[in-house]
Design a protein around this ligand. Structure first.
Ligand SMILES: CCCCC/C=C\C/C=C\CCCCCCCC(=O)SCCNC(=O)CCNC(=O)[C@H](O)C(C)(C)COP(=O)(O)OP(=O)(O)OC[C@H]1O[C@@H](n2cnc3c(N)ncnc32)[C@H](O)[C@@H]1OP(=O)(O)O
Ligand SMILES: CCCCCCCCCCCCCCCCCC(=O)OC[C@@H](O)COP(=O)(O)O
Length: 377
């Protein structure tokens, strides 16, 4: 392990990065709360401000991926479609197989200028995650309980609300609804068999209702579905902790742009269309397993400096109060102050570790672990 790699794996580096993320994130959450009165005066201005505030949070994780770990993300797509990315609203369908799949999505959001406005159909539990989850209220992120009878109305209403969104956005749908595990795959394939559907080797069976309600309610606003299939070279199993330790990964993403007009409006036809799409995605993963690449040309956008500049800005801004605090701590010599400071530090680092745990598949939910009739979160 080189010197730089050793420095990146130091706990003190992670502690500082966590301090900057947490404190800057809470400051930004507070600023977002302050925009609430503005929603009554000018909703569009409030939205534009929140897009930029959210960028300050999300881009710190993208900076960790792109600059700290140096992870490379290669895009395989049609050059004609590439020209449209970032210039239209789109529904992104991405396989949910890795702990940092969302982060690889975010790096492309950043490079196409939609990181602050990006949205997702997210499980309700994530709304309670400090900083990121809290910021999503102000981004009008769509939350679901993963219970259709409760979700169908709330999801439709939330999506309708996005029709007058002032800036281009990508709406991410992980149609499998949960991260891939062998146990969930086994159960999912039993459901596939019971439905007479072909078994999938690399994916869980997609949940089609959320996709149908999303496409139905974004027609007229979103121009296309970006069918996105992600994998990592050398059978890597990347993690957010690995990123924080400076581990470099190499992601490959295959994106196909499918105009929304090509997607059936009828619910049953739309469901059949999505099942066929996932069978195609499965074949792309097989192609990747055999050849180490996706079909089609590589047109990768280069990483941009803004995520690094944003992180450096917040680090410099927060370094001063941290220095003051530490110098007062040392000069006071008070044992009580020392104990309280150490306790606060420990609580904050445990909090950040819990947040990182939200991305870890070994802590995933029970959703999809039971057959269809008994399914719950
Ligand atoms: C280029 C890349 C850029 C991308 C980046 C862009 C933006 C990024 C922005 C933000 C990043 C944020 C990162 C956070 C990500 C967090 C994401 C999540 O939280 S994923 C979990 C929440 N989302 C979903 O669940 C979406 C998919 N689910 C649905 O759509 C569901 O339909 C639902 C609307 C949630 C309703 O849930 P429910 O369980 O009631 O679903 P269904 O009714 O559909 O399920 C029953 C249905 O499924 C069949 N089935 C299949 N397998 C099973 C199984 N194992 N158990 C039970 N049932 C199963 C079942 O037979 C039924 O079939 P049918 O519909 O035919 O009756
Ligand atoms: C600059 C460096 C910063 C260092 C500190 C890092 C702080 C950590 C931030 C944590 C961010 C958490 C964002 C939540 C994203 C979780 C995405 C996800 O994948 O959720 C899982 C669900 O889809 C499905 O859940 P399961 O049913 O599989 O269970």
């Amino acid at each position: 392990m080189g010197l730089l790699q050793m420095i990146k794996s130091q706990f003190l580096c992670h502690l500082f990065a966590g301090y900057v993320f947490l404190v800057s994130g809470l400051i930004i959450n507070l600023l977002q709360v302050c925009t609430l009165p503005l929603w009554l005066v000018s909703k569009q201005l409030a939205r534009r401000i929140n897009i930029r505030l959210a960028y300050c949070i999300n881009s710190q994780l993208v900076a960790a991926l792109e600059w700290w770990s140096g992870t490379e993300c290669t895009l395989y797509t049609d050059p004609k479609s590439y020209e449209l990315y970032g210039k239209e609203n789109a529904v992104v369908v991405l396989n949910h197989s890795f702990e940092i799949d969302f982060l690889c999505g975010w790096t492309f959001c950043e490079r196409f200028g939609v990181l602050g406005s990006s949205k997702v159909l997210a499980k309700k539990e994530l709304a309670y995650v400090p900083v990121i989850g809290w910021s999503w209220y102000f981004l009008e992120i769509v939350f679901c309980k993963r219970r259709w009878e409760e979700d169908r109305r709330t999801v439709a209403e939330s999506l309708q609300n996005l029709h007058d969104y002032p800036e281009n956005f990508w709406f991410l749908l992980f149609c499998e609804g949960t991260r891939f595990t062998e146990k969930k795959h086994q159960i999912s394939m039993q459901v596939a068999e019971s439905k007479g559907l072909p078994k999938l080797k690399y994916h869980l069976l997609p949940r089609t209702k959320g996709f149908w309600v999303t496409v139905q309610n974004l027609r007229g606003s979103a121009a296309a579905v970006y069918d996105s299939t992600l994998n990592f070279r050398n059978n890597e199993t990347p993690s957010l902790l690995g990123i924080l330790n400076g581990k470099k990964y190499h992601a490959d993403l295959y994106v196909r742009r499918i105009p929304l007009e090509q997607i059936p409006e009828d619910e049953a036809d739309c469901a059949a269309w999505l099942h066929k799409l996932y069978q195609e995605k499965d074949s792309f993963q097989e192609h990747y397993a055999q050849t180490g690449r996706y079909p089609g040309p590589i047109v990768s956008p280069a990483r941009r400096p803004w995520t690094l500049i944003n992180w450096l800005f917040w680090s410099c801004l927060l370094l001063y109060p941290l220095g003051l605090l530490l110098s007062q701590l040392v000069s006071s010599g008070s044992v009580l102050t020392l104990v309280v400071s150490v306790a606060l530090c420990s609580a904050a680092s445990l909090g950040v570790r819990w947040m990182i745990g939200q991305t870890e598949i070994n802590r995933s939910s029970n959703y999809g672990n039971k057959p269809a009739s008994l399914n719950n979160n």
